[in-house]
Design a protein around this ligand. Sequence first.
Ligand code: F6P
Length: 327
Amino acid sequence: MESSISKIGVFTSGGDAPGMNAALRAVVRAAIYYKKEVYGIMQGYEGMIAGDMVKLGARSVGNILQRGGTILKSARSQEFRTKEGREKAFINLQKNGIDALVAIGGDGTFTGLHKLLEEYAIPAVCIPGTIDNDIAGTDYTVGFDTATNTAVEAIDKIRDTALSHNRLFFVEVMGRNSGYIAINSGIAGGAVATIIPEESMTLEDLFAKLDEGGKTNKKSSLVVVAEGSKLGGALELAKKFSERNNYFDIKVTILGHLQRGGAPTYFDRVLASKMGVAAIEGLLKGEKDVMVGIRDNKIVYNDFDTIMQHHHEIDSEALRISKILSI
Ligand code: F6P
């Protein structure tokens, strides 16, 4: 592929997600396949500002495909939010001869990168890597499938103990602004209700539904709550419901960061591999300011501005069936 690009910088930024290593491996190997040099920038924008960059070869990314986390490490950089921080970062890119970038991360990463591109001319392609699946322009983000499987595995285990004790569990899953993990793990884990940031369920609706459990002699129940629920988190909801409930013994489990770790599923490995290759091919074909996505199983390049102006709408079909099934 003919392109004037010679050295590509790749970094992971924001919350890590399972499959980021698989994406990195694909970026590095695709770049080498097309005879380009690749530099790994450590700790996201922090490493760009500090000039912490290492040359990567095909063997540097051996044996990482199946590993969670990110070998490049990650950070949420405050300094990169400033003009001075971005200037330092760009000077370091120039010093190292880096003339194109691949960013693997979520919306915070993309916003930062877009600011850099407004100020300096360097082509960049983003790969959506976040467990939240909250990025517009792609059906799936890298890490979402693994995190949801982790949540379902935990919910299955909680269900065993819930049933043994006649208990109602409020299980909190990650998702600051997005109910994707919640709605899908709720369906797969058989939740009686799922509380997500995108939907305006009232406390009364929720409690009425849970009261039905007592009336119909339900033995155990499980409510999945997304971290960003507008009704409050799992602890708060459990406390409020326990003030009016005398049927269930109520417990809370907050799954937290365990959803971010672990070996990526086959789905995330393949998705990350496709996106990594697409990122390099996109750059070499002249893409400058885009995010790779997968829509209807096809790779697409999304114009960056469009992505940033939209939120990934919650899957309305998943929402609908979760209501039908949770009786
Ligand atoms: O964006 C991914 C995510 O895991 C969110 O679901 C969660 O709210 C957030 O990151 C937690 O971030 P941190 O690890 O910085 O506390």
